[in-house]
Design a protein around this ligand. Sequence first.
Ligand SMILES: Nc1ncnc2c1ncn2[C@@H]1O[C@H](COP(=O)(O)OP(=O)(O)OP(=O)(O)O)[C@@H](O)[C@H]1O
Ligand SMILES: [Mg+2]
Length: 372
Amino acid sequence: MLKQNPFLITDYVSPDFFCNRHSERQNIISALDNGRNLTLLSIRRLGKTGLIKHVFYQLKGRKNTRLLYIDIISTQNIDDFIKLFSNAILADEKDHANFLKKIQSLISGIKGKLVFDPTSGMPEVEINYNSKSEREHSLEKIFNYLAAQKEKYIIAFDEFQQITEYPQKNMEAILRTHIQHQHKDQFIFSGSNKHLLISIFSDYGRPFYQSSDILELQRLKTGEYAKFIVGHFNKNHKEIDENLVKEYIEYFDNHTFYIQYFFNRLFAMAYKKFRDTEFRICIDAILREKEGVFYTYRNLLTTAQFALLKSIAKEKELARPNSKEFLQKYNFTASSVNRTLKALIDKEMVYQENTKYKVYDVFLSKWLEKLN
Ligand SMILES: Nc1ncnc2c1ncn2[C@@H]1O[C@H](COP(=O)(O)OP(=O)(O)OP(=O)(O)O)[C@@H](O)[C@H]1O
Ligand SMILES: [Mg+2]
C-alpha cells in the first residue's frame, strides 16, 4: 500500500500531520469557551485555515456543539453570503435527526427553495431576492434559526474581509447587530488582509469595533518545525539531516506552505538518505517547473514593477526603499519606487512586515534571486 505523504499541502487531516500550534489552539478554544469571538490574521499561506480546522478537530464530538466552517472568498454580495451560510447549516444538519423537518423553518424563513445538486446529489438552497429588505430579513432569519437551536454554534468565517467588497455597504453593520445578539454562539473571523481586518475590528466607529480578540498568527519556529519534519522522515525509514532541514526552513523564511510543499516533494523522492545533493535536486526541480508561471508574471508586470520585484528578492527583505544606497544599486528613482511598490503591494506580489518589504511567493523570490 502506498504510504500517505505526511506533508499536506491541501486540506487538514489530523494533528499527526500538523506541526505544533498548541498554544494558539488553546487560546482560541479558551476565547470561545469564555464568550469571546476571535479574529485570526496573518499573511497568506501561513496556516490560518489549517489552525481553524485543527481547533475544530479538537472540538468535534463535544456535546451540544455544532461547528460551521464557511469560507466566503467566493461571495460577492449578501445573496451569495446567505446562500453559503444556509448551505453550511444544511450540510451540518443533514446527518442529524429530523433533517427535513428542522430545516423547513429555515428554508421558508429565507424564502428559499430546496434543490438537489445534480452531480453531488447534495441538498442545496436556492434563493432569489428582489429587494434590500427581503435579503436583510433573510439574514435575520438565519440568525433566528441558530438562536432557536439548543446547541451552541461555533462559526468560522474564513476570508472575512471579503464582506467589504460587497456592493451593500451596510453589511458590516447588519452582521455586527446579529452577531452581537447571538449570545449562545461564538464566531471566528479569519483573513489575510491585515490592514482591512484590523481596521474592521479596531477602528473606533466601525460596527465591529472591539468586538473580538485578535490573534496574529506567527511563523512556526525553526526548531519545532525541524523536529516535526525529521520525525516524519524517520518514521518512514528515511534518513535526513536535522541541521540541513533547519537551514531550508529558514531559506523558505519559515513560511508554512512553501516548507510543506518542499518537504512533500522531497519526501516523495525515491531516496533513503537525504543530504545536501538531494535537497538541491528537489528545489531545482520545483523552481524549474514553476518557471513557466514565473515568466508569465514578468509579462503581466511592467518593466519597472518586475525590476523592483527582482531587487526586493535579491535583497531578501527591503527595509528602506528610498535609501540612496538601494536606489543607486538598482538604478531607481525615489518617486518611481514608491509608485511601483504600491502597485506590487496592491497586486499581492509584495507584502510589508514590520516595516520590511518581501516578495509574497517564496519560490518566486528564490527564482528571482538567481536571475541576472
Ligand atoms: N502547523 C502546520 N503544520 C503543518 N502544515 C500546516 C500547518 N499550518 C498550515 N499547514 C499547511 O500549510 C498550507 C497553508 O496553510 P493554510 O491554507 O492553513 O494557510 P492560510 O493562512 O489559511 O492561507 P491563505 O491566506 O492563503 O488562506 C496548507 O497546506 C496547510 O495544510
Ligand atoms: Mg486560508
